[in-house]
Design a protein around this ligand. Structure first.
Ligand code: FMN
Length: 148
């Protein structure tokens, strides 16, 4: 059984819904899962004692990548989360019509790599209504769990 923490930033509820799907899937697989909004957590030692931290964040902005607003303060303090040696996974919702489709997922993944985390499962980027991506979410969640 792994100790999993899902931390997400979501404005209209899409990424939040995906976080809930993943929480249910991971709990059903027998893991201990807690979930929090990015705006409610402290960066300090966030990864401590966790076997896996799953970050979810939607993307905003037009000509540049903007992380979902609740996630921004956490991201700015990412050097304090204790990423070195930690396992992490990253997902997010976006819209393919924008220049940087799910750019937040790329930015968070890159930063985690720079800080020495191992990012597992690849990037889950969801276009549009996540309800239509249930199978992709399930497959991604299985892949992430297989790497824990
Ligand atoms: C003003 C605005 C800017 C956006 N910018 C991007 C973007 O740069 N890249 C992207 O993939 N999606 C972009 N989106 C789409 C949102 O990320 C998408 O609606 C997402 O599902 C929102 O997820 P949330 O409800 O979890 O916040 C933008 C949406 C709006 C309204």
């Amino acid at each position: 059984m792994a100790n999993i923490y899902i931390v997400y930033g979501s404005t209209t509820g899409n990424t939040e819904w995906v976080a809930g799907q993943l929480e249910a899937q991971m709990k059903a697989a027998g893991h201990s899962v807690s979930k929090a909004k990015a705006g409610d957590v402290s960066a300090d030692g966030l990864c401590a004692g966790k076997d896996l931290v799953v970050f979810g964040c939607s993307t905003w902005g037009e000509d540049e990548i903007e992380l979902q607003e609740d996630f921004v303060p956490l991201f700015e303090a990412f050097d304090k989360i204790g990423a070195k040696g930690a396992k992490a996974a990253v997902f997010g919702c976006g819209d393919e019509d924008y220049k940087f489709f799910c750019g937040a997922v790329d930015a968070i993944t890159d930063k985690l790599g720079e800080l020495g985390a191992t990012v597992v499962g690849g990037k889950l980027k969801i276009n549009g209504d996540p309800d239509g991506a249930k199978d992709a979410i399930k497959t991604w969640g299985d892949g992430v769990l297989a790497a824990v």
